[in-house]
Unconditional design. Structure first.
Lengths: 180, 180
């Protein structure tokens, strides 16, 4: 199994739709159905994003989620940590303390500080996290906007308008923009 | 579960003992019992290391494993890939092709090239792999040798000599050096 699960993929795709929807909240059901993915799966991701302060929830018929801060201030690392928790790359079992020649208790020199192998794994993990921290939702969204034709955004606008409109007649959703 | 499993931890610890044992082969049983870890678990790791050209096996009563090349030429990345296979950090499900407004078939612009999210995950994975490739078994071994007292290497030498000696009386193992 990959280190970063499908929840991260779903979560980031959903957040990209929220970049374009601005002040108009979209429900986890809207987001899931727009993307052809599991509604219940997406519904489990959003409370985590909300807890991390990445989205805010609005209750009611017109309810749903909005980004809680500008997409420039939402990094891939923050999203990954929000969804996965701080899952380590390597989970050191401290086997260095079990050497047969130590007998009952391992000496201090053998167990003090971080194990040399673990230390290198932490450096690798930090390199990965550092890279994830340099990419924001805003930069991903800008890159998608350059790729998708204008007609796509119009079609998505019509799709979401119809959805949010049917929840409260007379209300119009704002033009959505970049998905993934 | 962490991305890199306990097999990687066991494997690297075992390889460190082989740095010190030089031309004297150590069996997976010797290595497991010296470290107080599962014999059957270690026995499953070595064929992978052998297949990757990191260790070579010698058959017979005095059999076991030796490093197949100098420890300076064995990187953490090579060990991880040998044991885990090239496990991706992120397994893209290509959900970008399922957008509700696409109908039956997603347009080429939506599915061509690598998904923007996947692209960033690949950069993070490469940063991690790059870091792992800069650390060798030799540098880890040198760092352990600076930490452990001389008496430890003597004790381990006695332990392994007794083991290998009991397999073929009269034969003496070379002084082992750095574990983890």
């Amino acid at each position: 199994m990959a280190h970063l699960t499908v929840s991260v993929e779903y979560g980031i795709h959903c957040l990209l739709w929220l970049v374009g929807s601005g002040d108009t909240p979209l429900s986890s059901r809207d987001l899931a159905e727009l993307q052809g993915i599991s509604v219940s799966f997406v519904a489990k991701i959003f409370p985590k994003l909300e807890k991390a302060g990445i989205v805010s929830a609005c209750e009611g018929v017109r309810g749903g989620y909005r980004l809680a801060r500008p997409p420039e201030e939402i990094s891939f690392l923050q999203i990954v940590d929000a969804i996965e928790g701080k899952k380590p790359l390597f989970d050191c079992q401290e086997i260095r303390s079990r050497c047969a020649v130590f007998g009952e208790t391992a000496p201090d020199w053998a167990t003090s500080g971080v194990c040399g192998i673990h230390k290198i794994m932490l450096k690798a993990e930090n390199a990965m996290r550092e890279e994830l921290s340099t990419h924001s939702l805003a930069s991903l969204s800008a890159s998608f906007s350059r790729k998708a034709p204008e007609s796509f955004f119009i079609e998505v606008h019509e799709w979401t308008t119809e959805r949010t409109g049917s929840r409260k007649p007379g209300r119009r959703a704002k033009t959505p923009e970049p998905p993934a």
